[in-house]
Design a protein around this ligand. Sequence first.
Ligand code: ADP
Ligand code: ADP
Length: 229
Amino acid sequence: KSAFNGRDLRKIYVTGETEVQALRGVDLDIAVGEVLVLLGPSGSGKSTLLNIIGGLDRATSGTLWYRDTELTALDDADLTRFRRANIGFIFQFYNLIPSLTARENVQLVTDIAADPMPAEEALERVGLAARMDHFPAQLSGGEQQRVAVARAIAKRPGVLLCDEPTGALDSGTGVRVLETLARANTELGTTLILITHNAGIAAMADRVFHFLDGRIASIVVNETRIAAA
Ligand code: ADP
Ligand code: ADP
């Protein structure tokens, strides 16, 4: 079953007199529950695609479906509704509110989501049960990122989009963040799409899309993981 299906997605950024072709015809089919890594040089279009998939930006042309909904046909209000209901984001920097505890940062989301898990459960799932009442400044970088993961999974999104989730962390700390993402995938069935330069993450993916110059130049399938599923 498809989570996302995209055909001939193109994105042109226009700044003054200059045009940048960020996506030059991307076709994709991403399965529900898949772990997908986007790899490729800086400027090859990975973030542009992630933002379009997450409804933060729009393709210039092409079609994109999420399950039974054509995202490219939605107006802005419906696209925002789609994003809030279905997508969780993890960025390189955690974007926690410094004056709120870990629990309160997660509650910001659980207070408005349709079917959230309790903030406490989300924090337990990322191994922070003992740190719920700490403020961000009292947590390590890896712990702050795990709060960000808890905040993202608390609304039970079908999809988690991660842009360099371990980019600001040392490798040992990064591994713990990855474990929390992998658990969301196996225990909650969350589809994971990650931009990363981290080889360890690429190894845990079902597939790796290699981007080059606005296109998916090649796709590497991880047979080991498919066989294990
Ligand atoms: P990657 O994530 O692989 O580094 P991006 O998707 O960020 O690549 O960028 C693809 C291309 O689009 C680059 O040439 C980049 O400079 C350009 N680009 C990205 N965002 C914008 C924007 N908001 N305005 C203009 N150009 C942009
Ligand atoms: P909303 O606040 O509209 O409900 P979400 O909670 O679904 O949005 O998360 C998407 C948010 O991520 C957007 O509000 C957007 O401003 C923010 N965002 C987008 N790109 C980045 C980035 N690179 N770093 C941090 N935040 C970002």
